[in-house]
Design a protein around this ligand. Structure first.
Ligand code: BGC
Length: 475
């Protein structure tokens, strides 16, 4: 008898109630996971973003985005590559969606390119851009792949950046207008929406550290962008609620569980401050908890951008929260570091394997962070809207064998299931990503896909992990 069968039997004969909930959950996930373990209504899919996959950067009336500008006018992408063509989803969406269907993938999360549908970000709408997303949506529905739309995945129209972008409070209105265009054009067929992809990532990398578009750095760009993004969260959510009938509205957050280096007392403050910046900064104002200035005093810099009426407008009653987790952060006190007074311990020192991104493989982290987010009053449901790993894949005899990615996905999924069994209302899981794509400042080097892409010939090769996921979904 397997452990699972034994536990089920004990539950039937009454002994199950004597097994502590955590033990029961841990034992149940010990065996090989199956799709059915997650229940009938659990959503499965893959995720992507417009700039990372589409290409066609200036075709059919599309305007320039900050990423187009960034890759053409700076040398900040390590490999000096651009996603002008990327994996050409703009022209190959039909065969890609057919491949999703063939692999039994029931849903795809993708983003709308703001400058494709509104070239200048505000005002005129580009009908050819709208037509493209209509074709993508219709083809997805035809292939039984449910479309999940992210309104903003980092590709702000450059014309808006020239007016200050997220640093300019007018963006709340520009964003509302843009979300309205999306809702009115796609909301009849698309019911699952996410307002933002990882606000922490695009504000910190793009407006604090200058390593992503638009390449700004410093407190002023960062804190102004943070507040206007928080305000746009609420504004975008309300537009969707008003315009899309029966909408399932969420948003997504990048998040990582934070541990203190060697569990030392001196690192406890570093853990708290890192937790605010990495995990709490954006979700708490949305839930009506405001900014966690007490735990991260540097957040007082955000206060000068807050107007008296803002507190209520920052809030929105999301139907689900998208958790995007890849790794863990181990924090160590270092007084010299501005704002956080902490550094991240290099993953290689932590004794676990690392991925091609140099991120620690830490599967337990996903169940812990899911539980951390689910514990907020006001969070109704969690969906894992991104999880996955980059490894150095190799094509051998026309095949890509990637056992590390399969193991990674299995181990993380076991921990997703653990969180579900421990009582979290968990509704879905999306793998990042369907195909290899443009990994922002890292260029095309990191391979995250279930499907490999030769970027010279655009040939697709389903990796062993893609075949594994397909079998898992079939099962
Ligand atoms: C982002 C993706 C990115 C992935 C891997 C997420 O933070 O949403 O755009 O490619 O992580 O780095």
């Amino acid at each position: 008898m397997t452990r699972e069968e034994w536990i089920k039997l004990s539950a039937i004969i009454g002994a199950g109630s004597m097994i502590p909930k955590e033990l029961l959950a841990a034992a149940l996930v010990d065996d090989e996971i199956k799709r059915s373990d997650f229940g009938k209504d659990f959503v499965w899919g893959t995720a992507s973003a417009a700039y990372q996959i589409e290409g066609g950067w200036n075709e059919d009336g599309k305007g320039e985005s900050i990423w187009d500008h960034f890759v053409h006018h700076t040398h900040k992408v390590k490999t000096h590559e651009t996603a002008d063509v990327a994996h050409d989803f703009y022209h190959r969406y039909e065969s890609d969606i057919e491949l999703m269907h063939k692999l039994h993938i029931p849903a795809q999360r993708f983003s709308i390119g703001w400058s494709r549908v509104m070239p200048k970000g505000t005002g005129a709408v580009n009908q050819k851009g709208i037509d493209f997303y209509n074709r993508v949506i219709d083809k997805s529905l035809k292939e039984y792949v449910t479309p999940w739309i992210t309104c903003y995945h980092w590709d702000l129209p450059q014309a808006l950046q020239e007016k200050g972008g997220w640093m300019n409070r007018d963006i709340i209105k520009w964003f509302e207008d843009y979300v309205e265009v999306c809702a009115k054009n796609f909301g009849d067929r698309v019911k699952n929406w996410m307002v933002f992809n990882e606000p922490m990532a695009f504000t910190a990398l793009g407006y604090l550290m200058g390593i992503h578009a638009p390449g700004k750095f410093g407190y002023k760009p960062f804190f102004s962008s943070v507040h206007h993004t928080v305000m746009s969260h609420g504004a975008g959510g309300r537009v969707l609620r008003n315009l899309v009938k029966n909408a399932n509205i969420g948003t997504t957050f990048s998040c990582s569980v934070i541990d203190g280096w060697k569990d030392k007392e001196v690192n406890k403050g570093a853990v708290t401050r890192s937790d605010v910046l990495i995990n709490r900064l954006f979700i708490e104002p949305t839930l009506g908890l405001g900014y966690a200035t007490k735990d991260l005093p540097a957040l007082r810099h955000v206060e000068k951008y807050i107007k008296p009426e803002d507190e209520k407008l920052m809030q929105f009653d999301f139907d689900f929260i998208g958790v995007q987790n890849y790794s863990r952060v181990v924090a160590k006190y270092l007084g010299l570091v501005p704002m956080l007074h902490a550094i991240n311990v290099p993953p290689k020192k932590l004794g676990h394997p690392v991925t091609q991104m140099n991120w620690e493989v830490y599967p337990e982290g996903i169940s812990r962070i899911i539980k951390q987010f689910a514990a907020y009053k006001g969070v109704k449901k969690i969906i894992v809207t991104e999880n996955g790993a980059a490894f150095k894949d190799e094509v051998v005899n026309g095949e890509i064998n990637d056992p590390q990615r399969i193991q990674f996905l299995k181990d993380y999924l076991k921990n997703v299931l653990k969180a579900k069994r421990e009582g979290v209302n968990l509704g879905g899981y999306f793998i990042w990503s369907f195909t290899d794509n443009f990994e922002w400042a890292e260029g095309f080097r990191p391979k995250f896909g279930l499907v490999g892409v030769d970027f010279k010939t655009e040939q697709r090769i389903v990796k062993a992990s893609g075949k594994w996921f397909s079998e898992f979904l079939k099962g």
